[in-house]
Design a protein around this ligand. Structure first.
Ligand code: ADP
Ligand code: MG
Length: 699
């Protein structure tokens, strides 16, 4: 059977070299097996038969059983062939403009036909142009008697006569030649428990559904199997990693952690923070490398989790590092963390591109001899001259800015790699995270610290700018501070800078000294200037911060309570959400105002409405996913990578969860798949692994 499915497609009766070439080029169908897995995009319900008297002028495709009683040619130069069709409840007309000769010679009068097509009224009579025609006697025997599958196609294919009907014929031939025997590989226990259709019946009903119910079951079965295999791969990979990649065992909870927890914790931890710290502690207590993704919405309090994890490393005699994507962020982490760690007597330093040579040399030395406990930094940490005495934990903030290769630079030098904690505020819907990053462990902080007021978000048109400015002045009068953010998209950088500078000038004019003072930060400034502007704003010396998305990640100024986003239609949803997360960090009511012009695309409208409706990062991520598709999530460009044939990660997330559940259970029971009842599964799994494995690219 398997060999048969490897047969080149042109050998299938009715295909041949020319069509074979087309199928290959247009749809990537090389072999019988590929054709078998060419699944229909949609189905037309042909289970229902309409009476002529029931027809409605809605342009829908319908089928009617009846007889042709009369056939005539109408018109002079441009003729058309018109048939009178009746089913006893009424009469309608069938019309042909092309192929009249063939119809005239082949049509049978007063014999029952099934006709199929779009019915519309003209001069009070229903008519159907170029209907599909089939003798009722043949229709009853045909495989495609119920839901009619519509296959993926291309312009070229239909031009060259490979219509849907032809694909359907070829498919029938495939089932005929292969005798439709496709063995089950899923374990019998799962088949029984979930009452899955046998593989045979599923494949048959995907192509030739006997009823809508059987079609649904067939789809479920095939989607489940596809997702089950993916999960099996991911989980196996994770198990292998846990066996193979050794890790330092942090089995002590020592003074640093305990003293900090008991004496210096500035607030009580949320339950989510406690849970996540427990998960991390558990991981780092195992003799395998931790590889954990920590997801938490902006402001959920990831930093304290990072610190406490680092304290555990210190308690076990190791160093720790925290890497941030920008200098501003690294600085902010350094300030915050050294304040928190100060009573513990920890040696903590910062290393960035602008660290002075003298300081740099000391840092390199102390890292190497172990005198430095915690180092905070940017990419500068990845330089070759940076050698750790014994790095036990690497925390990476906002992972998507660092490539996987860059990360691994941190520990190529050591024998045993450090534990890795990747923190991200980009909420990835859990279902997607599971299928994309299934071999990372995931912790989620799904709870904000108490007392936060939800940020009020509004959309305003540029024409209302005066009112918005008035609002800003009122807030500033109450002592609040304001961000005004401009988009900066690389392709149009020069223009964007002009927008930014123009904006800055007019803001400076509208908010004049000495009442107001305005800061500006953007990517073209020197790091030192950026930092001092940020510091002035953070210290409350300026009221307004005009910025590009430099401030998108991480910046924490609790007194800033208004975020104005200019040209908001140009930002993606996750960026808008990140920006909004810069406010709402203090006790005051915070606001996010999204400014746009009048003209908005539908997607832009959806984004703005979503932002106004909810503050929930996960809900926003789901919408984002729907708008953009999984391909764009976190810039991973994985649209083609998942390469799913039938399942849809978003629409079928329930099946995904079910598949994951069963994959985990199966591997708990029999990870090597050695049991006799798992032989077929094992074989299929190994075959799949031989193919180019997409998952290797991801984590
Ligand atoms: P993010 O997850 O965005 O990195 P931070 O770690 O910067 O969030 O925390 C945001 C703010 O919330 C900080 O000012 C921090 O001190 C505060 N915070 C964190 N955890 C708590 C908590 N459990 N209770 C009160 N405030 C907290
Ligand atoms: Mg943060």
């Amino acid at each position: 059977m398997n060999n048969l499915l490897e047969t080149p497609i042109e050998y299938l009766k009715g295909v041949g070299p020319a069509r074979g070439e087309l199928l290959r080029k247009e749809l990537g169908i090389n072999k019988y097996g590929d054709l078998l897995h060419l699944f229909p995009n949609r189905y037309i319900d042909r289970t229902r038969y309409y009476k002529v008297s029931e027809l409605i002028n809605n342009n829908a495709e319908v089928q009617v059983v009846g007889k042709i009683t009369n056939l005539k040619t109408v018109g002079e130069k441009k003729t058309r062939l018109v048939a009178t069709f009746t089913d006893g409840t009424g009469e309608m007309e069938l019309v042909w403009f092309q192929g009249q000769k063939w119809i005239r010679e082949n049509i049978k009068i007063n014999v029952p036909y099934v006709i199929f097509g779009k019915a519309s009224t003209f001069n009070g009579t229903f008519n159907m142009a170029h209907p599909e025609l089939e003798l009722l006697s043949e229709h009853e025997q045909s495989l495609r008697s119920a839901m009619q599958p519509i296959y993926p196609s291309t312009e070229k294919l239909s031009q060259k006569g490979i219509t849907n009907k032809v694909v359907n014929k070829i498919m029938q031939q495939l089932f005929h030649e292969t005798q439709a025997r496709f063995g089950d590989v899923l374990p019998p226990s799962i088949l029984t428990e979930l009452q899955l259709l046998p593989k045979n019946a599923a494949l048959f009903n995907i192509h030739f559904p006997k009823s809508p119910e059987l079609l649904a079951r067939a789809q479920f079965r095939l989607k489940f199997e596809e997702l089950f295999f993916i999960q099996l791969q991911l989980i196996t990979k994770n198990l292998i990693r846990k066996h193979k990649i050794k890790g330092h065992i942090f089995d002590k909870v020592g003074n640093y952690f305990t003293v900090f927890y008991e004496k210096h914790l500035p607030f009580s931890l949320t339950n989510a923070q406690k849970r996540v710290i427990k998960e991390i502690r558990h991981d780092m207590g195992q003799p395998a490398q931790m590889n954990r993704l920590l997801q938490g919405d902006v402001g959920s309090g990831k930093t304290i989790v990072a610190l406490m994890s680092m304290l555990l490393a210190l308690d076990n005699g190791f160093q720790a590092c925290l890497m941030a994507p920008t200098e501003i962020l690294a600085n902010q982490h350094f300030l915050g963390l050294s304040e928190l760690a100060q009573p513990l007597g920890i040696n903590i330093k910062i290393l960035t591109g602008s660290t002075k040579t003298v300081d740099r040399r000391i840092i390199h030395e102390e890292l190497e001899n172990g005198a430095l406990h915690i180092i905070i930094g940017t990419h500068a940490l990845l330089e070759d001259r940076v050698q750790f005495h014994n790095l036990g934990l690497a925390v990476i903030d906002e992972q998507h800015r660092f490539g996987v290769e860059q990360r691994s630079k941190l520990w190529r030098k050591n024998d045993i790699p450090p534990h890795v904690l990747v923190m991200t505020a980009t909420p990835i819907p859990r279902t997607l995270a599971m299928s994309l990053y299934g071999d990372l462990d995931i912790s989620v902080i799904d709870e904000l610290p108490p007392g936060r007021k939800p940020i009020q978000t509004v959309h305003r048109y540029d024409s209302n700018r005066l009112k918005v400015w008035k609002f800003l002045k009122d807030e500033i009068a109450k002592g609040r501070q304001v961000y005004i953010v401009y988009p900066l998209i690389q392709e149009s950088e020069t223009m964007d800078y002009k927008d930014l500078m123009d904006g800055y000038e007019s803001i400076a004019r509208d908010f004049p000294l000495p009442h107001y003072s305005v800061s500006i930060v953007h990517g073209k400034m020197k790091p030192a200037d950026k930092d001092s502007e940020m510091a002035r704003f953070a210290a409350g010396k300026t009221n307004i911060m005009v910025a590009t998305t430099v401030i998108e990640v991480g910046v924490n100024v609790p007194n800033a309570s208004v975020m104005v986003i200019e040209s908001a239609e140009r930002f993606g949803l996750s960026q808008l959400h990140q920006l909004r997360g810069r406010v709402g960090r203090g006790a005051d009511q915070s606001y996010c105002i999204m400014m746009t012009g009048q003209k908005l695309s539908n997607d832009s409208k959806t984004r703005l409405e979503t932002m106004c409706r909810t503050n929930d990062g996960f809900e926003i991520a789901e919408v984002d996913l729907k708008l953009r598709g999984p391909g764009d999530i976190m810039g991973t460009q994985q649209s083609g990578v998942l390469n799913l044939q039938i399942a849809d990660i978003i629409k079928d997330k329930d099946i995904l969860q079910l598949a994951r559940h069963h994959a985990i259970r199966l591997l708990q029971d029999d990870a090597p798949l050695n049991k006799p009842e798992h032989a077929a599964l094992r074989h299929a799994f190994i075959e799949m692994g031989k193919k180019k494995n997409i998952w290797n690219y991801i984590s």
